[in-house]
Ligand binder design. Structure first.
Ligand code: FMN
Length: 208
């Protein structure tokens, strides 16, 4: 079968998210100009580079406003925090994905405690075992070809601080990914936890 994304109504939008899976979920906190905190999940999220340490997430244009609060806040403040979304926090993560009015604090909405950051102003999710403090490096706006497609804003952030639960860092400095219980996003409303883990050594050796 060949699917032509450019042919009208040839496929469902959710096809791509089911095809490119599992995806990590960047649970992104930002601060609005009025000082209120904002928290929302973004599964168009990933680590782009380790040196320099760069992450990215993408906000798709909503139908009812110019852009999502997270994107608007990152644009104006130049800062955001990536919080790891975990299996035990799944219900609270989903509760923060509401298109509430600007200025509504999703930490309060989802009953999540805030913890302070050291180098950036947005708070982090205290219950999450991992958070990256980030400064906005660049925002790339990709315009849709039709009004229906809208705009996608890709936010690149430089990691300037890492908060990690002590229990997840072993004696050799390795991060215990399995122990962190990261939540993976599949297509639609499907999620996954990490299953079997196996190791294969490759000829490529990333520098320490
Ligand atoms: C697991 C999950 C992943 C999501 N990923 C994205 C995403 O990558 N990009 C996006 O624009 N919206 C995504 N959403 C929807 C946003 O979280 C939702 O629109 C949210 O209300 C945006 O909040 P804000 O307006 O406060 O930024 C996702 C929702 C869920 C539940």
């Amino acid at each position: 079968m060949f699917i032509d994304p450019e042919a009208p109504a040839s496929h469902k939008r959710t096809l791509y998210t089911a095809m490119v899976a599992p995806r990590p979920i960047g649970w992104i906190s930002t601060l609005a100009p009025d000082g209120s905190a904002n928290l929302a999940p973004f599964s168009y999220f990933n680590l782009v580079s380790s040196a320099p340490p760069i992450v990215m997430f993408v906000g798709n244009q909503p139908t009812d406003r110019l852009e999502k609060d997270t994107i608007a806040n990152a644009r104006v403040s130049g800062e955001f925090v990536y919080n790891l979304s975990t299996v035990p926090l799944a219900a609270q993560m989903v509760a923060t994905a509401t298109g509430t009015a600007r200025g509504v604090d999703e930490f309060v909405l989802a009953g999540l405690e805030k913890a302070t950051c050291l180098k950036v102003r947005p708070p982090r999710v205290a219950a999450s075992p991992l958070a990256f403090e980030c400064t906005v490096e660049r925002i790339v706006d990709i315009e849709g070809r039709t009004a229906d497609e809208g705009r996608s804003s890709v936010v690149f952030g430089r990691v300037v601080g890492v908060h990690v639960a002590d229990r997840l860092i072993g004696p050799t400095g390795r991060f215990d990914t399995l122990g962190a219980q990261p939540l993976c996003r599949l297509g639609g409303a499907q999620y996954a936890a990490i299953g079997e883990i196996f190791e294969i050594t490759s000829p490529y050796k990333p520098s320490a």
